[in-house]
Design a protein around this ligand. Structure first.
Ligand code: ZN
Length: 433
């Protein structure tokens, strides 16, 4: 009798102990944690996390690094910090002097695209004509995609289109510092045929330091196969004031996705059963051109990257209500089907993107790796067609549905199981231009 009791007590203790050590999404990904992280990232003192303000966005990068450290993540591929540093060049035209057929041309009717600090042309380069009735956009793209210096002569019937092009050129351009020099293009509004020309033009080039934040959990048996979890931590910074508020907090866009990346890192770090290597990355500069994800995609082999879970704007209820989210580019691989299968029997559901006309698959950081064949998709719950808070100063912590965000993060954890343990490998994305 006594002996049986001891066995029963011992068995009970073992059950209790195994419950306490079992790492479930429920026990690790909590509303308190989600709330703390998203609140910190979207607080006013983060000043809107502009990628163009290294000191300001650096504060967010330091916070994310400290969370990665707490989680126990390793550095990425020989790095000595979680920051993945790179430099962009900010090219801003300062103007110049153009002479065509011996006459100086008004600055109103020409514009220059060049990555040179000082550009001199003494002859007419190859000419591309955009004539009356032409498809302007197609010709414009042709000019930009060429590999030679060009003079683009634009028919005067395109006067208003030309002024938009000039406005665009005047805003300047951001290019990767290690990018090889691109050809210089002169756009000129004229019906004349240039026979001789001379041009002196200057750009102001400012180096702009940028950094993603990257942490890694090496895979147990397939360390050379990567699964990426990502979100962008930059936002718009300080914008035009509304009701005396000018800080674009970006709680939903994309402190919510960054929070998911941090919580998933903590979860998988404690679970310790990933067969594949998990890479957690907070991207910079999504809002100004996706430069962070473009740099990141060159630092790892896309052929070894089996999936990317990019998480973008999961802060509010989706059009289908709570406990669901949607996956962009759903039909481009079987990634979404695998996730859905892993969620069977739960209250949560992933839908295909309900806004195909919005082109969301190409509007976030997944697109760069998707173009390289990686099943890289974005998970979101945003009602993008009616979201009044999108890119406004009111995208704040107070508008976040913390319990729903927490459920979405847990669902991502559960739905990724068979990809992380190597049982499923999503089909590759192909034919994405
Ligand atoms: Zn975003």
């Amino acid at each position: 009798m006594k002996k049986i009791n001891i066995i029963a007590i011992a068995a009970g203790l073992i059950i209790l102990q195994s419950c306490a050590t079992q790492k479930t999404p429920q026990s690790i990904i909590t509303q308190e944690e989600v709330s703390r992280v998203i609140k910190t990232l979207s607080a006013d003192d983060m000043l809107g996390r502009s990628a163009l303000k290294p000191n300001e966005i650096g504060k967010a990068a330091d916070f994310i690094s400290s969370e990665f450290k707490k989680a126990g993540l390793k550095y990425f591929d020989g790095a000595t910090t979680y920051r993945q540093n790179f430099t962009m060049s900010n090219i801003k035209p300062e103007g110049g002097k153009l002479t065509i057929n011996g006459k100086e041309v008004s600055t109103e009717i020409f514009g220059v695209s060049s990555s040179k600090e000082s550009l001199t042309m003494t002859n007419v380069p190859q000419i591309l004509k955009i004539e009356k009735g032409d498809n302007f956009n197609a010709k414009y793209r042709q000019a930009l995609n060429g590999d030679k210096d060009l003079l683009v002569c634009i028919d005067e019937s395109f006067k208003s289109t030309f002024s938009r092009v000039k406005g665009f050129l005047n805003r300047g351009n951001m290019v990767a510092s290690d990018k090889k020099e691109s050809p210089s293009i002169v756009f000129l509004l004229t019906n004349e045929t240039p026979v001789n020309m001379s041009l002196q033009f200057k750009n102001k080039i400012t180096p702009m330091p940028m950094f993603n934040v990257v942490g890694v959990l090496p895979g147990k048996s397939r360390p050379n196969e990567y699964v990426v979890f990502s979100g962008h931590y930059d936002h718009l910074g300080i914008i035009k004031a509304t009701n005396q508020d000018s800080i674009a907090n970006g709680a939903d866009d994309d402190a919510s996705g960054t929070t998911a990346v941090i919580e998933l890192a903590k979860y998988f770090a404690q679970k310790k059963d990933n067969e594949r290597t998990l890479v957690f990355v907070a991207f910079t500069a999504e809002e100004i051109g996706g430069y962070g994800s473009q740099y990141f995609s060159k630092q790892l082999n896309p052929d070894q990257t089996v999936a990317m879970f990019n998480i973008e704007m999961i802060g509010k209820e989706s059009k289908f209500g709570i406990n669901n989210a949607f996956i962009t580019g759903y039909d481009r691989s079987d990634f979404g089907k695998i996730l859905q299968k892993n969620l069977e029997g739960t209250a949560f559901k992933f839908y295909p993107d309900p806004y195909p006309q919005q082109n969301l698959f190409f509007r976030s950081d997944n697109a760069t790796l998707a173009r390289l064949g990686v099943p890289a998709h974005t998970i979101s719950s945003d009602q993008i067609d009616t979201d009044k808070l999108y890119h406004s100063v009111d995208d704040e912590f107070e508008s976040m549905n913390i319990s729903n965000i927490t459920e979405i993060i847990k669902a991502i954890a559960i739905s990724s199981t068979s990809i992380i343990n190597g049982k499923d490998t999503p089909s590759r994305v192909s034919g994405v231009e």
